[in-house]
Design a protein around this ligand. Structure first.
Ligand code: DAH
Length: 363
């Protein structure tokens, strides 16, 4: 056997053994480069074939080619074996124990009032309203006088007020605000028009039955600009109730009404029907009052130093708890504040279900 043939034979044994010994794909790759790479031993041998005496070239050339093919096949086979072993190892190591009990769903629930407040804020935020806040303990001026409810005005008796024992600089007792309307006054006192705000918050009245509790929630709305008119008010509120009840076909009507702080004033009704003791919002033969609204009274604007000939706007006030009862079919308002966990589990919302107008409000 020629020297060249012996070399071929040597490399063959050496590299086939190395391929079998490679324990992972990196070492296998190193063996491949050492044998078949551009400067590999077998490659170099093939390059040398042309320099052999003519009678050896053919035989050695064929032997080298055969060796290349054999090595390539051996490497391919080894690579598959290694890949399968690696997969098996991963499957073994990353095994899931499907007999483990599932993780419990989070227990906490958001109160429907919190959720409905988030829904309302999301809808008005989309229309460009900012959120404003005011104190629960108010003075007489902001809760009444500045809203065109002077002392001895009959509207003061419409809202049975909780008074505190302490009095303000005018000698008037502080009180728990009976509505969120004072936030209108505070907003206009503190800033410059135009205004576009909603003010959610707690309000207090001496009342207690199926639909009244001494504390409940309102959202006030106020928009003041130079050319605001009743059409804007209607468009805004119709859009709001349709977005809130997630139905475009809700019948809506505005009825003339009276509030001291708006002129003209209106109440907004939505169509509804009563079936099997349940109240369903939507088309029907009945109407349900859902909010009060109107064009801000010129006297209110004057009270905060705005010229009513330049600035006009609309305002509205709605009961959050009532909207929650209507949308989610909760019959008794008093249960909202009983802190009964079973009730909360039933009517509450998962805290991660954040309402948005694009992903859905109630989900
Ligand atoms: N403050 C009124 C109430 O508590 C609700 C209300 C009615 C607010 C009309 C407004 C409005 O801003 O324009 O009964």
């Amino acid at each position: 056997m020629s020297e060249a043939r012996r070399q071929v034979e040597e490399l063959r044994e050496r590299f086939l053994a190395a391929v079998q010994a490679a324990a992972d794909s990196e070492s296998l790759e190193r063996v491949r480069v050492e044998a078949l790479g551009r400067r590999g031993r077998v490659t170099e041998l093939a390059k040398g074939v042309g320099r052999l005496p003519p009678e050896q070239r053919r035989e050695v050339g064929q032997a080298v080619n055969a060796l290349k093919r054999e090595l390539e096949a051996a490497i391919r086979a080894r690579r598959e074996v290694l890949a399968r072993e690696a997969l098996e190892r991963r499957l073994r190591e990353e095994r899931l124990d499907v007999t483990l009990p599932p993780r419990e769903r989070p227990e906490g629930r958001l109160h429907p009032v919190s959720h409905v407040l988030d829904e309302i804020v999301a809808i008005f935020a989309d229309m460009g309203f900012a959120v404003a806040e005011g104190p629960d303990v108010e003075d007489d001026f902001h809760n009444f006088t500045a809203l065109n409810i002077p002392p001895a005005h009959p509207a003061r008796q419409m809202q049975d007020t909780f008074f505190l024992e302490t009095t303000d600089a005018q000698g008037e007792p502080y009180l728990l605000r009976t509505h969120t309307s004072p936030v209108q006054i505070r907003t206009m006192e503190a800033g410059r028009p135009p205004f576009r705000i909603i003010a959610p918050g707690r309000v207090y009245r001496r009342d207690y039955d199926m639909t009244h509790t001494p504390m409940f929630h309102q959202v006030e709305g106020l928009l003041i600009d130079r050319r605001t008119h009743m059409g804007h008010l209607k468009g805004c509120l119709v859009d709001f109730v349709r977005a809130f009840f997630e139905r475009d076909d809700i019948p809506v009507r505005f009825r003339p009404s009276y509030f001291p702080f708006t002129e003209p004033s209106a109440e907004m009704d939505v169509g509804c029907r009563r079936s099997q003791g349940q109240l369903v919002v939507g088309a029907g033969d009945d109407w349900l009052e859902v909010l009060g609204c109107g064009m801000v009274h010129p006297k209110v604007l004057e009270m905060v130093g705005l010229d009513p000939d330049v600035w006009q706007g609309f305002a509205f006030g709605l009961g959050v708890d009532r909207f929650a009862m209507l949308k989610y079919g909760i019959p008794d308002l008093r249960t909202f504040f009983e802190a009964d966990l079973r009730w909360l589990r039933h009517y509450g919302f998962l805290p991660l279900d954040v309402p948005t107008t694009f992903a859905g409000l109630s989900r």
